[in-house]
Write a protein that binds this ligand. Sequence first.
Ligand code: HEC
Ligand code: HEC
Length: 248
Amino acid sequence: MRTADTLAGWGALVLLALAGCKLPGKPKAGPEVLRPEEVLGFEMLYGANCAGCHGAHGQNGGAMNLANPEYQALIDDASMRDVIAKGEKRTLMPAFAQENGGQLTDRQIDALVAGIRASWRKENVFGGETPPPYKATHAGDVAKGKVVYAIACARCHGVSAQEPGNAGSIQDGSFLALINGQMLRTTVIAGRPDIGEPDWRGHIPGRAMTDDEVTDVSAWLMAQRPQNPGQPYPNVNAAEKPATPVNH
Ligand code: HEC
Ligand code: HEC
């Protein structure tokens, strides 16, 4: 037993001595050490920064199906770069550019855009048809959007948050609290083949949705967004007042 203890003790000492040159705090020299801001390989950049939300292969994640070729055809390089650098307001998409508090350099963001394009972009994905533009060109009409919802969404997503339909509610307050109008627009136009959401041609039986319809339905859904997401009561102040006793 003693011998084993002594051996273990010596072993630890030898290991410490060997590790001495790599103790934390000691500056590492040599070209073999890649600093995080020097990584330019797409797989590594995407895996470390994006896969957690957008899925290992650009699909089946909580956020946008980046590997969808229709999505790749819809969004231009400048818009994609902008989203990655600045994030998406009112969603969980972080800003990655260093000047916006993120950790990626301009070169790394360029490498991501180039890698995403090289991996997932395809030619002629719309079969000659033209989808509505990536960005809305005007504000939507909320009242008209309600009617569009009934003809384009209700058969799969249900008529109300209480009746969610087969594809689940998109009127649910907690869901709406996590998305913005662009997310709805992108999802409706390019679809999400990874989870079964059709593209703009597959919502209304017999015809494609128009640009105005996409704009209006997104505006109506955004207008359903709760003022205080996560609060069970619409009026927080009222909810904070002590309940009035009724029986005495
Ligand atoms: C914490 C989760 C999260 C991480 C990490 C993340 N994203 Fe996002 N991303 C989102 C969400 C949420 C949205 C907005 C809603 C949506 O489109 O699903 C979004 C939106 C986007 C969009 C725009 C989608 C549209 O509507 O056109 C792009 C492009 C994008 N992300 C790329 C990336 C890239 C590239 C990375 C890695 C550098 C990344 N994201 C990391 C959550 C994330
Ligand atoms: C033919 C059926 C169908 C129609 C019509 C339809 N959807 Fe969907 N949609 C789906 C399915 C299936 C999913 C995936 C549901 C899931 O993952 O639980 C989905 C998902 C979504 C998502 C993403 C939800 C998420 O979890 O990220 C959004 C946003 C969405 N639909 C919006 C719409 C809007 C807006 C309309 C009307 C313009 C619409 N959908 C019409 C079938 C449909």
